[in-house]
Design a protein around this ligand. Structure first.
Ligand SMILES: Nc1nc2c(ncn2[C@@H]2O[C@H](COP(=O)(O)OP(=O)(O)O)[C@@H](O)[C@H]2O)c(=O)[nH]1
Ligand SMILES: [Mg+2]
Length: 375
């Protein structure tokens, strides 16, 4: 009997994470992964690099979009969306191709920085998050670098940047909860379907259709989002609809923010909405822009003015503009996405401690910190 061709191993545990990582070790790992992803071998990432690809176990359509990372010539990892079905399907295919399943979880390679990043992969909810995390060891290493001539204030500024960008991990790990509110029939459910490219919410031209609530988990621009579809807010005699409206108020209170959707064209009672919401909406959507243009925007509350997007949920126009408004409204500075970040709590504490030191202690504390993370 011939020797097994190589093996594969599920590196990530099963959990709430949306990502599962399968490590493939084989002398011909590249050829195998290329076949699985229907890519020419030369399109696979070089050692230390990543790329997106689709996986095709068997002759089916692609079952998932994956991130491929090459760790060595004989080691490639597939970062899958962690649905158990997808993981099982890929594992079955690898086994059918002659690879041995290995149960024991191997210790991730690399130094403490790399290990810390790999161990946190399951906490990322989107592939963009995994990509961000995978880039961190390199970025952190560069940020901790310094030479004796560098002014201490410049080092301190860089360390503060590391601390400020620590929150980016949360942007990728925890879905932001956005309640979509507005009058009945404004197109709230249609908008959620358009933003998520799914038919998750019931759409009807009969006002008052959405009475119970619907949570849709999706990705917006690489970030995890939970959209909360709500019952339209209006005066009603119907007790069932009234219960839905009561629930909408509770959802608004529990969400991270609200998206106000109104119909473009008819006059909007802005003052009433201001009172009802009791908060500045993340964005004000003037929907059905395909049928009418909004007038009377001069009356919109001043704090809401920079947050208006005219869209058509039906034709999916203006959605990009709306998506572009949200990071700013959520207080997220996109420039931090490309910055080095303290991506673990321990690292954050250690960097904060160094940052608080005066010169010349700061330099030696930084050297100690660097040595600790490179161990
Ligand atoms: N013309 C047009 N109709 C829309 C648009 N968005 C939603 N609608 C229609 O408006 C009606 C109410 O939509 P729905 O999403 O159920 O509104 P909701 O009550 O706010 O959830 C449906 O007939 C939709 O097809 C849009 O952008 N343009
Ligand atoms: Mg609805």
């Amino acid at each position: 009997m011939s020797e097994p061709a190589g093996n594969f191993c599920l590196l990530t545990g099963a959990g709430p994470a949306a990502i599962a990582v399968i490590q493939i070790r084989a002398t011909d790992a590249a050829a195998r992964v290329a076949a699985l992803c229907r890519l020419p071998v030369e399109r696979l990432p070089a050692v230390g690099r990543m790329r997106l690809a689709a996986v095709y176990p068997g002759d089916d359509d692609p079952i998932d979009e994956v991130l491929l990372s090459t760790h060595a010539v004989d080691e490639i990892r597939l970062h899958l969306h962690g649905s158990p079905w997808i993981v099982r399907r890929v594992a079955e295919q690898l086994q059918a191709d002659g690879l041995d399943p290995v149960d024991t979880m191997t210790e991730p390679d690399g130094n403490r920085l790399e290990r810390a990043a790999w161990q946190r992969v399951p906490g990322m909810s989107t592939l963009a998050g995994v990509r961000w995390l995978a880039a961190q060891p390199m970025r952190v290493r560069a940020a901790l670098e310094s030479n004796p001539e560098e002014p201490v204030e410049r080092i301190r500024r860089r360390l503060r940047g590391l601390l400020a960008a620590a929150r980016v991990r949360d942007w990728y790990a925890r879905p932001v909860r956005i309640a979509v509110v507005g009058p009945p029939n404004a197109g709230k459910s249609t908008l959620i379907n358009a933003l998520t490219r799914r038919q998750a919410c019931l759409v009807s031209d009969r006002p008052g259709t959405t009475r119970d609530w619907n949570e849709v988990h999706a990705e917006l621009d690489g970030f995890p989002v939970t959209w909360l579809d709500t019952a339209g807010l209006r005066e009603t005699e119907d007790p069932l609809e009234a219960a839905g409206i009561e629930h909408t108020r509770a959802q608004m209170a529990a969400a991270d923010g609200v998206l106000l959707v109104v119909e473009a064209g008819p006059p909007v009672p802005w003052e009433a909405w201001e009172q009802l919401l009791g908060q500045v909406p993340l964005a004000v959507v003037l929907n059905k822009a395909d049928t009418a243009r909004q007038r009377g925007l001069a009356a919109i509350p001043a704090a809401w003015r920079g947050r208006v997007a005219a869209v058509s949920a039906q034709t999916a126009t203006g959605l990009g503009l709306l998506a572009a408004l949200l990071p700013g409204s959520l207080g997220r500075d996109r420039s931090q996405l490309s910055a080095a970040s303290c991506f673990t709590e321990i690292m954050r504490r250690e960097v904060a401690a160094v940052c608080g030191q005066a010169d010349p202690d700061l330099r030696s504390a930084l050297a100690t910190l660097r040595a600790g993370w490179e161990a």
